[in-house]
Write a protein that binds this ligand. Structure first.
Ligand code: UDP
Length: 473
């Protein structure tokens, strides 16, 4: 019998960070049943039921340990999600250190694999004599930006959003500074400094597993793996990067839910699915415009609605107990009862995207949602809110051309007419047909990448071999 290889994985808080790293773990176990994976989870408050329900579905050779929840003050909710996550991580480090030391003394780890926002956990790798790997569950474009940040920081003065020239990131389409991730928008902010330091730290890890694949992000992936990277003869000192995606969660078997039954009754590809991820929120004004834009489009819709907030990421790590339907414009539900369905707060996204009635996805361009939609071949209306979502929106609409992006007015609002226009463009115009054809090609490539002989499976097995053969630093 093959010797057991022990791996510790460390996610950062939030359902959409926990699931990708555990889905990666499941793929590893699938190909290497002799691996044993322990997932050590930093928490803030008690974990959401979506996370605990998911954990119950894991195979026996993946263990999970919750670290004691950290406490924060009232100002926490107002900070950037990167700062929030970082704080929870930093406060969890002592208990994480204890857990790792304890486990490593009994069954020594071959590798620590941390979510990129939990990179501080990799500081313990040396003491434990293990390899240190990052799981990067965001686009290659963002990774390329992070690794390029130290240079950009030196080269560019003033705010990025005020630059007249586009920002050039290795392998990426030129980007307007205002489409860079939130932490980069305010150079004097704590989030900026943390983002920059993260970019510098990434150069010290033994490798980076990237949840993306060549056909989707050819430019940045080539820049990361061929020109840079220790896995080729290179002139730069990028760490080795392994594209192992798309890795997504296929969801548990769904009961007989109202929204799926409603979809069953709609014509093929007629419905626009509208959702802003696990925590994205719109302002009250924007909810009104979106509602009236959907109505104006006269297209079918299935809208997952969250109560309003002026902070787009406010529900990311937990939200208030409010009924979202109360925030819709007067009479909207009655007027649109034949046209659409509004689901409060949460819906089973994968079954929805897999449903034959769904023909488009108005999405906040979170990376999991983006990959899930690509795997199901559903084209986008890209409506980015926070984090690196604007970069992903540029990738979707300008680079891959598998979606349309509505214009935002001078007050930062997408008005109803613009919403109706992009919906019609995607769901009925010729341009929409071209977008759908390109999406079909991308879907096929996504499916192929994770087949047994696919490029991403090969990259994963290359890393697994390194871990199996590793015998201490
Ligand atoms: N999700 C879901 N139902 C919802 C909202 C989100 O199942 O109503 C899942 C979605 O399928 C995806 C994740 O939550 O796997 C959201 O991750 P993403 O990276 O797209 O966005 P984030 O939540 O990080 O903003």
């Amino acid at each position: 019998m093959e010797k057991t290889t022990y791996i510790a994985v460390i996610p950062c808080p939030g359902f959409s960070h926990l699931v990708p790293i555990l889905e990666l773990s499941k793929r590893l176990i699938h190909y290497h049943p002799h691996f044993h994976i322990t997932c050590i989870i930093p928490t803030h408050g008690s974990p959401p039921t979506t996370s605990t329900a998911y954990l119950q579905t894991l195979p026996p050779n993946i263990d999970t340990i919750f670290l004691p929840p950290v406490t924060t003050d009232d100002t926490w909710q107002l900070s950037d999600p990167v700062v929030q996550i970082n704080l929870v991580l930093t406060k969890s480090l002592p208990s994480l250190h204890n857990a790792l030391r304890d486990l490593n003394s009994k069954t020594p780890f071959s590798a620590l694999v941390a979510d990129v926002f939990a990179i501080e956990a990799l500081d313990f790798a040396k003491e434990l004599s293990t390899l240190s790997f990052v799981y990067f569950a965001s686009p290659a474009m963002t990774l390329s930006l992070l690794l390029h940040m130290p240079k950009l920081d030196e080269m560019i003065s003033g705010e990025f959003r005020d630059q007249s020239e586009p920002i050039l990131i290795p392998g990426c389409v030129p980007l307007h500074g205002r489409d860079l991730p939130d932490p980069v928008q305010e150079r004097s902010s704590q989030a900026y400094e943390q983002f920059l330091q993260l970019g510098k730290r990434l150069y010290n890890v033994d490798g980076i597993l990237l949840n993306s694949f060549m056909e989707m992000e050819e430019g940045p992936i080539k820049a990361l793996t061929q020109e840079g990277g220790g896995n080729s003869n290179t002139s730069t000192n990028n760490p080795p990067v392994y594209p192992v995606g798309p890795i997504t969660y296929n969801g548990s078997k769904q009961e007989d839910l109202e929204c799926l039954r409603w979809l069953d009754k709609q014509p093929s590809k007629s419905v626009l699915y509208v959702s802003f991820g696990s925590g994205g929120t719109l302002s009250q004004h924007q909810i009104n415009e979106l509602a009236l834009g959907l109505e104006l489009s006269e297209k079918k819709f299935l809208w997952v609605l969250r109560a309003p907030s002026n902070i787009a990421s406010s529900a990311y790590l937990g939200s208030k107990n409010e009924d979202p339907l109360e925030f819709l414009p007067q009479g909207f539900l009655e007027r649109t009862k034949e046209q659409g369905l509004v689901v409060p707060s949460w819906a089973p996204q994968i079954p929805i995207l897999s449903h034959s009635s769904v023909g488009g996805f108005l999405s906040h361009c979170g990376w999991n949602s983006t990959l899930e939609s690509v795997q199901k071949g559903v084209p986008f209306i890209s409506w980015p809110l926070f984090a690196e979502q604007r970069m992903t929106a540029v990738m979707i609409s300008e680079d891959l051309k598998v979606g349309v992006r509505p214009e935002v007015d001078e007050n930062g609002i997408v008005v109803r007419d613009e919403i109706a226009k992009v919906i019609k463009c995607l769901m009925e115009d010729e341009e929409g047909e071209e977008i759908k054809k390109r999406m079909k090609g991308l879907k096929d490539a996504a499916v192929n990448a994770v087949k047994d002989d696919g490029s991403s499976t090969k990259a994963l097995l290359e890393v697994a071999l390194k871990w199996t053969n590793f015998s201490g630093v």
